[in-house]
Design a protein around this ligand. Structure first.
Ligand code: SAH
Ligand code: SF4
Length: 354
């Protein structure tokens, strides 16, 4: 089987391909000019081009489906060499900026949500990805290529500011080695130049791995999927809480190296009549005391055969207002791409059922 060129950092390629300056040239062809064959890499000698074409693939993912939402977000399903599929979503946020001369400028801001595993071992009761169990880890190149293919499909220039969130399918910290490598490959200045401080890793709270991630000191942002403020409820929603309880997560977060100007994001999936009450909001404020935190409330996105329900917008706002009144930064996640079922695992599920 061919090796995936996006699996390698520039330094690794330089060790594999001599002379080593070829690595920089290859990065440029792959990530800037975005060629799909080594044979097109004009500044590389023809004999080497053919050798590389034999040894490596440049397209480890095949786009098998694409759904455009009314808000412009696009959900992709990619297939890998072994026919397994993963999702990635391009989220479009329109930024309106007012200039001094009074002109209004619209500016496209992109966030790409990427997957790190096929399936997931964590088994959260509200999550569709969990239903199919765990299949396998993605390699760094399979993670990187999701973004590369989305750049290609939308002609996004390589210097465009893009944010990456590891919030697709899978638990990124359960595949830490490939994820950490992907963070580095993304940030290479000869590659996509997506700085680690524009990348956010979201985790269900594997405390020991949060510690490891901190030790790697990659400069990335951390997001914690908290969803509940007491261990009993959290265990019901997220069985992983039996191994890593809330206190252990808070402790790991307190020791995590956070960029001076940044905060740790706490995601709180709001489910109607489960965790949408003000006493939960009160406990949340206490829990976050002493942490530079920001809370993101997420509407539970229903799917067939789940008993969980989407919360009332009224209750969402009350929850948010309570946090704000206590000085805790809190946003409500816009339901981007709701009509294309943009919560993780939902497009893949549709395809499997067809
Ligand atoms: N495994 C990691 C990252 C992927 S999940 C984690 O759990 O953090 C990304 C986010 O999607 C998580 O916060 C998860 O709770 C949320 N999510 C899962 N199912 C959802 C649903 N049906 N509706 C809305 N958000 C959901
Ligand atoms: Fe895995 Fe995250 Fe889904 Fe939980 S919410 S099952 S950790 S992908």
């Amino acid at each position: 089987m061919k090796k995936i060129v996006q699996d390698y950092t520039k330094d690794e390629l330089a060790d594999m391909i001599k002379p080593s300056f070829r690595a920089k040239q290859i990065y440029n062809w792959v990530y800037h000019k975005r060629v799909e064959s080594f044979l097109d890499m004009e500044n590389i000698p023809k004999s080497l081009r053919s050798e590389l074409e034999e040894e490596f693939t440049l397209i480890p993912l095949k786009m098998v489906s694409k759904q455009v939402s009314s808000d412009g977000s696009i959900k992709y399903l990619f297939q890998m060499y072994d026919m397994h599929t993963v999702e990635a979503v391009l989220l479009l946020m329109r930024d309106t900026q007012y200039h001094e001369d009074g002109a209004i400028k619209h500016h496209k801001r992109y966030t790409v949500c990427i997957s790190s595993q096929v399936g997931c071992k964590v088994g959260c009761s509200f999550c569709l990805t969990a239903k199919g169990g765990f299949i396998r880890d993605l390699s760094a190149g399979e993670i990187v290529s999701q973004v590369l293919e989305i750049y290609k499909d939308n002609n996004i220039p390589s210097n465009h500011r893009v944010n990456l969130v590891y919030m697709g399918m899978g638990e990124p910290l359960d595949n830490l080695e490939s994820v950490a490598k992907a963070v580095k490959i993304f940030s290479d200045l000869d590659g996509m130049s997506i700085s680690p401080n524009r990348q956010t890793i979201s985790t269900s709270g594997l405390s020991s791995k949060i510690k490891k991630l901190g030790e790697l000191d990659l400069g990335i942002n951390l997001a914690i999927s908290l969803h509940a403020v007491d261990d009993e409820l959290r265990e019901q929603l997220m069985p992983i809480n039996k191994a890593y309880n809330i206190a252990s997560i808070i402790d790991a977060v307190k020791n995590f190296p956070v960029n001076q100007r940044k905060k740790v994001l706490f995601e709180y999936l709001v489910i109607k009549d489960v965790n949408d009450d003000i006493s939960s909001a009160k406990k949340l404020v206490k829990l976050l005391n002493g942490i530079k935190a920001k809370v993101n409330l997420i509407y539970f996105n229903p799917y067939p055969r789940t008993n969980f329900k989407r919360p009332d917008p009224k209750d969402m706002r009350k929850f948010q207002e309570y946090l704000l009144s206590k000085g805790v930064l809190c946003t409500i996640r816009e339901s981007k791409g709701l009509d294309i079922s943009a919560a993780c695992g939902q497009l893949r599920e549709q395809n499997l059922e067809e």
